[in-house]
Design a protein around this ligand. Structure first.
Ligand SMILES: [Cu+2]
Length: 369
């Protein structure tokens, strides 16, 4: 009975792969709709194409080469009211056909294929020791800013890049310390603003490639495919579609726990791995949760714990933690990647294996071709 799904899957795989390499990966959503029933109802329903903005970042959209020394990267700040989940998602897994919306704060621009505002923000890739300038353009109605955890001093850039609505700010820094780091908005620099803007989606990752040729990460990177995953807690006030800070401060668990911006993002846009080619996943986190990252049917061959890409990685790890407002990298050997076969159940599912995590949306797919 799964035969038709397998055939349909193989056809759409080639179509979507082709589209991805031409930069048109946005169309994944409709093509993968058939997979929903096979991975369980807990991923919700496919993205409704009636929304003009899909906030989800394609996890395959990782720039393969670092910015040259002295380069300028442009980052935008935007505010977007759009689709988050099927209605009553966390309480009613079947949904009733209407949707939950949310007022996202999102970064756009950058080196990625897609430069519209997405959650997480664009993946930034630089080399250790290189100088980078960030031009930050605020298209929103609130003050936004960027604190790059890869930067020492000036509040990671937050003190310099604070831009009022309509303003552009600029900041030049040297990426001195290698690793995979979070960057995020701090609003106007007050605790409420940091919580609000991270809750609403203003974060991303910056990779500072280590100099050292002895780095195991660098060796495994050779011929690897790289992926970009970010888990986010969302506390949502159903009257305003915005941040519910009282709920967060009361110690309640978040209303939604999502990968790459919304429920179902990494089902509509699966990680497209290749059998025989190493896979490296960069995983950030923002919120109350400390994700317990696991891929069903896989063991992480390498874990670069806490974002440290220069030490020797942990080996053979089933589930790994991701610090909040921190990041890690994990790797899978190409020889361990079994081609996806829906009929026999060879389908890799990414989860936050903490039980509320995947029940509240942190569930995605890795397709091995
Ligand atoms: Cu902001």
């Amino acid at each position: 009975m799964y035969r038709k799904y397998v055939n349909a899957f193989l056809v759409v795989s080639f179509i979507t792969l082709g589209l991805f390499f031409t930069g048109a990966s946005k169309v994944f959503a409709e093509h993968y709709a058939d997979i929903y029933p096979l991975v369980g109802a807990s991923v919700g329903t496919p993205y409704p194409s009636s929304y003009s903005v899909d906030i989800a970042r394609d996890p395959n959209d990782v720039p393969s080469t670092p910015l040259p020394d002295g380069a300028t990267v442009e980052i935008t700040a935007d505010e977007v009211l759009t689709y988050l989940a099927p209605k009553d998602f966390a309480g009613d897994w079947a949904g009733d056909g209407s949707d939950v919306e949310f007022r996202y704060f999102a970064f756009g621009g950058g080196q990625t294929l897609v430069t519209e505002p997405k959650v997480p923000g664009p993946f930034i890739r630089v080399k250790q020791g290189n100088t980078v300038t960030v031009n930050f353009i605020n298209n929103g109605s609130e003050t936004h800013s960027i604190d790059l955890h890869a930067v020492i001093g000036k509040k990671g850039g937050g003190a310099v890049l604070m831009a009022a609505p309509g303003e552009t700010k600029s900041f030049t820094f040297v990426a001195g310390n290698p690793g995979i780091y979070v960057y995020h908005c701090v609003g106007m620099g007050m605790p409420h603003g940091i919580a609000h803007h991270e809750n609403n989606g203003m974060f991303g990752l910056i990779l500072v490639e280590p100099h050292s040729k002895r780095s195991v990460w660098k060796k495994k990177l050779h011929n690897a495919k790289e992926f970009y995953v970010f888990e986010q807690d969302i506390y949502r006030d159903s009257k305003t579609n915005d941040f519910d800070e009282d709920s967060m401060l009361s110690g309640k668990s978040p209303d939604y726990v999502v990968y790459n911006g919304r429920v179902g993002a990494l089902v509509d846009y699966p990680l497209l791995a290749t059998a025989g080619t190493n896979a490296i996943i960069y995983h950030g986190a923002a919120g109350q949760s400390i994700p317990s990252f696991h891929i069903i049917g896989e063991i992480f061959d390498w874990v670069w714990d806490q974002g440290d890409l220069t030490s020797h990685p942990l080996l053979n790890v089933q589930t790994t933690l991701v610090p909040s407002s921190g990041a890690i990298a994990v790797g899978l050997k190409g020889s361990d990647l079994i081609p996806t076969d829906l009929g026999s159940g060879d389908l890799n599912i990414l989860v936050d294996h903490a039980l509320p995590g995947f029940r509240k949306g942190a569930l995605g797919l890795m397709i091995v071709q």
